[in-house]
Structures are given as C-alpha cells and as structure tokens.
Design a protein around this ligand. Structure first.
Ligand SMILES: [Mg+2]
Length: 382
C-alpha cells in the first residue's frame, strides 16, 4: 500500500466544470433582489492520477457576489494553468496562486478549494473537517428563511419545518413594506412561540429612517437583525448598532478577512455571517471567524443560493470553527430545490444538520443530475 504522502504527491490530471440551472420551488424576495425559476451554480470536478474525484460548487448570485459566466471563465481560463499538473498535496499553494490569477471570483475560488479538500480527504480517508482543524460539533442548528412574497405559502413552509423539528427561522425583510415585515414576525411569534426568529434586510433599508423601523423590530425581541443597510454604509451600521438592543449582524459588509478587520475597528456589528462564496473558501472563512472571535464577536454559517454540494463544504467549515456558534442556513437542498445534486439526502435530523464523518465532503455528487441540469461544460486535461 502506498503512503499517504506518496498518494498526495499524485497530480491533478483533469478539471471539468458544468454550468447548471437548478429548478427551485418558489419565488424568494430579498432586499437586494429576487430569485425564481432556477438558480445558477457551477460544479467543478478535479481528477487525480489514480482516478479519484474531488467536487466543489460555486454558487454565484449576480446581485450579491459573482456570476456563473465569471466562474466558468475563472475555471477554464485563469485557474487551469495552476491546477492541471499540480500535486494534490500542494493545495494551499494552488489556492494562493489562483487567488492572485484573477481578482474577485470568490465563489469560483470557494469551489476550487472545496474540490481540493474533497479530493485530499478521499485520498487520505478523512472527512474535510479533519483536514481543517477537526470538528468541534456534531450537529448544527438549522435556520430556514421566510422570504416568499406570498406569505400564505410561507405559512405552509413554517408548518412543515416546525413539524420537522426546525426551531430557527430567518424572516427576509425590506423588500415590500414595513407593515408586512412586522405582521409576518408577529404572526410567526404568536403561531410558533418556540421559534427563534431572526431578521435579515439584505441591505433593504435606506439609512434615512432605518432607525425607526429597526426600533419596531427591536421591540419584537428577535434573535438578531442582519445587514439593514447597504454594505457601504459603515457609519449607519455603527449608529444603528448603538441604538438598538438586538444584536446587529453584518453580512454584505464583510466579504473578506480584511473587511472583518475594518468591521471590528469601526464597531459596525455584534456578529458576522460567514459564507465561503463571499470570502473564497473554508480557510478564508476560518480567518474571518478568528478575527471575530478575537474581538469578542460571534459568527453565523451563511450561504448563497446553493445545492447540497456547497452546503457540505460550508458545514465542514462551521463544524470545525468554534466561533461559528449561531447555527447555519443550509436549508435549500431540502426545502427549496426541486432536486438536489447529491446522491443522498443532505444530512438533517430534527432541525439540525448532521456533520458527516465519511471521507472528503462526505456525500457523493450525482453526476447524471449535474449533466441533466447543465447547459455549458468545459474540460481541461493534462
Ligand atoms: Mg444575509
């Protein structure tokens, strides 16, 4: 039998990418934009000399981070020279080089790192969380978002998730009117007193008159309020934070570790949503968590519009990062997609995500489903 060192010396001989349009079951509105019909994701697959595969997913949302077209270009043009022919054991060097090869493209970089970690884990027979520090939790509380402009449809979703044991919900606000936001929160509190309710504006408020609205939400005793104003309104974030008792969470204001440093310096938040698609991967996400922890701030496992493949990568980060203590929102594979891309159900039990201990990301990708949802693909071989 070959040593792990020898096995990790093998080269990456192929990188394939598929641009998939994955059908979803409802319209969802947010402060910065809406989603309906399908979500765009890009699945990347690395192949080692021994024929093992590592998978990753880029989940761009054009109004939030990048585009699927940009991800395809990142893989097929800018990453290829640094990935094909490189040894699997050089994963960190590959990432550092690819980070410099093209600016932004954090979603494509997250997918590449996920695929490298998945491949490494499969070669050494360890779960991804064991490669990035080891898990500190086996189960992660799941939050499901309430974002349908037809609230009656979300009432059915609320009943379904409550029946399933979910006890954390995030109400998306700021896309219609304030009365609609308050009414939905009040209804959920009355109907399900055991729900922990969070509120996410996705930048939906103008700084002018934001405080009066937030004071109404503050009085409803919710768990936290997320990103009420545009990412660039740092001063408004700080002033709002100082004016309400409810913890204020930054999402769109903090993409990178450098953003987190600035958020701490400028006192804009009590907690941060960490998403691998914003920062470019699990290791960058852990850097953000470390900065937040050092400043006494909490962190939350956020996501974009993802399939279970990207959820898996995020959950290994959350599982192995002590300071990401506010749960996660990896609900879409179960409650939002018509069909997921994984070959087994995303692991949920009684309202919590179960951390897999099987090698790599932990669940195989259904490659036939990827092909069926794909309308563009690229292949690069050694
Ligand atoms: Mg958010």
């Amino acid at each position: 039998m070959l040593s792990a060192e020898h096995e990790l010396s093998q080269k990456i001989v192929a990188m394939d990418a598929w641009y998939c349009k994955v059908p979803v079951n409802a319209r969802r509105d947010h402060g910065i934009g809406s989603v309906q019909g399908t979500i765009d994701v890009v699945v990347v697959r690395l192949t080692s000399e021994s024929g093992l595969h590592g998978f990753g997913e880029a989940s761009p949302w054009p109004v939030f981070c990048g585009t699927a077209e940009g991800c395809m270009a990142a893989f097929s043009r800018y990453f290829v020279p640094h990935v094909i022919g490189a040894a699997v054991k050089d994963a960190q060097n590959i990432m550092r080089t690819c980070e410099k090869a093209v600016v932004h493209s954090s979603d494509a970089k997250a997918a590449l790192e996920s695929a490298l970690l998945d491949l490494t884990g499969k070669i050494v027979s360890l779960p991804v969380h064991a490669l990035i520090g080891g898990k500190v939790r086996d189960r992660i509380p799941l939050s499901v978002s309430i974002a349908n402009p037809e609230f009656d449809d979300d009432k059915a979703l609320a009943q379904r998730i409550h029946d399933d044991g979910v006890r954390v919900v995030k109400v998306k606000t700021g896309f219609k009117d304030h009365a609609f936001d308050v009414a939905r929160i009040e209804w959920l509190k009355k109907q399900y007193p055991d729900f922990i309710i969070r509120v996410d504006y996705n930048q939906g408020l103008d700084p002018y008159d934001a405080l009066r609205k937030l004071k109404d939400i503050d009085a409803l005793d919710v768990s936290f309020i997320e990103q009420p104003v545009a990412a660039r309104h740092w001063q408004s974030m700080r002033e709002l934070r100082q004016s309400i008792d409810t913890p204020l969470l930054a999402d769109e204001s903090v993409f990178t570790p450098s953003d987190m440093v600035r958020a701490v310096k400028e006192d804009i938040c009590d907690a941060v949503s960490i998403k691998i698609m914003k920062c470019g991967g699990l290791n960058r996400g852990k850097e953000i968590a470390a900065i937040a922890e050092a400043a006494g701030l909490a962190a939350y496992g956020g996501d974009m519009f993802e399939t279970g493949l990207a959820h898996l990568a995020g959950l290994h980060m959350v599982a192995s990062t002590p300071n990401i203590s506010l749960g996660c929102e990896f609900y879409q594979a179960t409650y939002y997609l018509d069909e997921d891309l994984l070959s087994a159900p995303f692991p949920l039990d009684n309202g919590e995500v179960i951390v897999p201990d099987t090698p790599g990301l932990g669940i195989e990708v259904d490659q036939e489903k990827v092909a069926s949802f794909s309308h563009i693909s690229t292949v690069s071989q050694y």
